[in-house]
Design a protein around this ligand. Structure first.
Ligand SMILES: Cc1ncc(COP(=O)(O)O)c(C=O)c1O
Length: 385
């Protein structure tokens, strides 16, 4: 049986896969089981910030796995504390809960907000999030996310989530009531096809949260860690959230998530929350290596520079719209041809991500070079026409 046939037999069919089986990666290149080479502009959906098989990540994982992979959170481990310290130094004064995915990081933020509301706001519990947002697939995060297609099959959903239009601060203000405890936003909506916050949006929401004593939770699972050309996308807006979630790129491909909360929001006490694998030494060592390389190699600035180049290259393809920030870009076709375009790209050795019938997302490794972007554009120009 082929790998796709075996997958159909043994794996739950939770998503449609493209007809390719990858066996190896190096930098921005992937190789399939027939030895064909692909240029990867998706990076495991904004995960492999340093590309594939980066020597520093390989060395960190190898070294740490030979020392200590897991102990549980009944004890201290140095890689966990070191990583938390580094994340706080890079972002804002806060403390960190380490977990294993973006959904789990957001679930943590939701629980934190509820406890904070119980303690400080007379039991306020409602979280305002936006239509089209994506926060994960657990029951609470799929409800927080504003896409019915992901949540409707799982009724009844948890209560306490209100959705308003993105980029409309007035809608958040109107939806706020005595029950509201927090506003939860992506600085750029990623999964729905790269919708950046409009100028002034995050600042106005921050001011509203301050005025109404609400927590501002920013989901930087996709936008964080250099992807947009800043360490964190909210830095463009000159604001700081109360709670920020990270995952995806943090471990360079090793599963890890993080929820950071400032002093005001950090109300967890021993026994409130936990995760067996969360912050295990292996994942933390990988993440520390990722952060170290991003800093050492100036990859945040590089992402900003390559992002501009990618944006200009995509603009040249003649699509209806090109949008994004840094290395988080999308094109939108007038006709519903995004999936056919993705398939043609795959057949020509280029990995892109059709998020729906019209839009294609590009979230390549931060290490991508100008030559690789030129090469991708040459291929896409032939296919987009
Ligand atoms: C903004 C955002 N939040 C949360 C998630 C969920 O992350 P995970 O799939 O690691 O649970 C994603 C995944 O696409 C995301 O883009």
């Amino acid at each position: 049986m082929t790998t796709p046939e075996l997958a159909e037999r043994y794996l739950m069919q939770t998503g449609r896969r493209l007809p390719v089986t990858f066996v190896r990666g190096r930098g921005c290149l992937l190789y399939d089981d027939a030895g064909r080479e692909y240029l990867d502009l998706v990076a495991g959906i904004a995960v492999n910030l340093l590309g594939h098989a980066h020597p520093d990540v390989v060395a960190a994982v190898t070294r740490q796995s030979a020392e200590l992979i897991h102990t549980s959170n009944l004890y201290f481990t140095e890689p966990q504390v070191d990583l938390a310290q580094r994340l706080v130094e890079l972002s804002f004064p806060s403390r960190v809960f380490l977990c294993n995915s973006g959904a789990e990081a957001n679930e943590t933020a939701i629980k934190l907000a509820r406890k904070w509301g119980a303690r400080n706001r007379d039991g306020a519990f409602e979280i305002i999030s936006t239509t089209g947002s994506f926060h994960g697939r657990t029951l609470a995060t799929v409800t927080a996310g504003g896409q019915h297609k992901y949540s409707d099959p799982f009724q009844p959903l948890p209560s306490g989530f209100v959705h308003v239009a993105y980029n409309d601060p007035g809608a958040i203000e109107s939806a706020t009531s005595d029950r509201t405890v927090a506003v939860m936003l992506e600085p750029i909506m990623g999964e729905i096809g790269i919708v950046p916050a409009a100028r002034g949006y995050l600042k106005r929401v921050r001011e509203w949260c301050d005025r109404k004593d609400l927590l501002l939770i920013l989901d930087e699972v996709q936008t964080g860690l250099g992807r947009t050309g800043r360490w964190f996308a909210h830095q463009y807006a000159g604001i700081t959230p109360d709670v920020m979630t990270l995952a995806k790129g943090l471990g360079g491909g090793v599963p890890i998530g993080a929820c950071l909360a400032n002093e005001r929001a950090d109300v967890f006490e021993p026994g409130d929350h936990g995760s067996t694998f969360g912050g295990n030494p292996l994942a933390c060592a990988a993440a520390a290596a990722v952060l170290h390389v991003i800093e050492r190699d100036g990859l945040v600035g590089h992402a900003a520079e390559m992002g501009e180049l990618l944006h200009a290259s995509l603009k040249d393809l003649g699509a209806k719209a090109t949008r994004g920030l840094g290395l988080m870009q999308a094109i939108e076709f007038e006709d519903p041809k995004a999936k056919a375009f993705q398939q043609s790209c795959l057949e020509t050795g280029l990995i892109v991500n059709a998020v729906d019938d019209h839009s294609v997302r590009f979230v390549p490794p931060l290490i991508i070079t100008a030559n690789e972007i030129d090469r991708a554009q040459e291929t896409m120009r032939k296919l987009a026409g």
